[in-house]
Design a protein around this ligand. Structure first.
Ligand code: AP5
Length: 191
C-alpha cells in the first residue's frame, strides 16, 4: 500500500481447531483489522490449479507444513496489498524458519502475539465436527497436525514469550466466552 507507516501487527497462533480463524473474523470486524490467514492463502493457491497449488495440496493432506519460501512470499504479498493500519496474521509463523524469514523481510517484529490455548481432545472434537470438513480434517491427518504444532510452532510461541509479546487466551468454552477474553485484550491495546 501507499501508506509508509508501519501497521500494528498481531500474530494469531494456536493448535489446529483452537479457533484462530473464528476469533480472527470477529476481531477483524470489531476492531478494524485486516485478517490474513496463512491457511486461506495456501488454499487459494490450491484453487488456482497451478503446479505450486498441487504441491501445496499434497503437503496439506499429509498434515505437514508447506516450505517456508512459499508461505512467507504469500504473507509478504498479502501485507503489501493491504492498506490496513492493523493486521492479524493467522497461522503464521508456523516454525522458526517462518519467523526468521518474516523478521528479515519486513525488518520488524509483531507488536503482539495472541496464543489460543486449547486442550488437544477439544481441538480434535471440533475438527472432526466441522461442517464441510476439509481435506485435512480426518483423524490421521489431525494427529500429524497436532504433532507438527507441538514440535515446530510451540518453539515460536516460547521465543515470543521470552520477549514479552505473548498474550495467552484460554480457548475452551463457547465462541462468545472466548471472544469476551479477546475483547478484554483488544480493548486495552493502544494502537
Ligand atoms: P490452517 O488453515 O492454519 O489450519 P489449522 O492451524 O490446522 O487450524 P484450523 O483452520 O483448522 O483451525 P482454527 O484454529 O483456525 O479454528 P477454526 O476457527 O477454523 O493450516 C492448514 C494447513 O496449511 C497446515 O496443516 C499446513 O499444512 C498449512 N499451513 C498453514 N500455515 C502454514 C505456514 N505458515 N507454513 C507452512 N504451512 C502452513 O475452528 C475450527 C472448528 O471449530 C470450526 O468448525 C469452528 O466452527 C469450530 N469452533 C471454533 N470455536 C469453537 C468453540 N469455541 N466451540 C466449539 N466449536 C468451535
Amino acid at each position: 500500500g501507499g501508506n509508509s507507516r508501519k501497521p500494528f501487527i498481531a500474530f494469531v497462533l494456536g493448535g489446529p481447531g483452537s479457533g484462530k480463524g473464528t476469533q480472527c473474523a470477529r476481531i477483524a470486524s470489531d476492531y478494524g483489522f485486516a485478517h490474513l490467514s496463512a491457511g486461506d492463502l495456501l488454499r487459494n493457491e490450491i484453487s488456482s490449479g497451478t503446479e505450486k497449488g498441487e504441491l501445496i495440496l499434497d503437503i496439506i493432506k499429509q498434515g505437514k507444513i508447506v516450505p517456508s519460501e512459499i508461505t512467507v512470499e504469500l504473507i509478504r504479498k498479502a501485507m503489501e496489498s493491504t492498506d490496513a493500519k492493523r493486521v492479524l496474521i493467522d497461522g503464521f509463523p508456523r516454525c522458526e524458519e517462518n519467523r526468521i524469514a518474516f523478521e528479515r523481510i519486513t525488518g520488524t517484529e509483531p507488536d503482539l502475539v495472541v496464543f489460543f490455548d486449547c486442550p488437544e481432545d477439544e481441538m480434535v472434537k471440533r475438527l472432526l465436527g466441522r461442517n464441510q470438513g476439509r481435506v485435512d480434517d480426518n483423524i490421521e491427518t489431525i494427529k500429524k497436525r497436532l504433532k507438527v504444532f507441538e514440535s515446530l510452532n510451540i518453539p515460536v510461541i516460547d521465543y515470543y514469550s521470552s520477549r514479552g509479546k505473548v498474550h495467552k487466551i484460554n480457548a475452551t468454552g463457547t465462541e462468545q466466552e472466548i471472544f469476551g477474553a479477546v475483547r478484554k485484550l483488544f480493548s486495552s491495546l493502544r494502537f
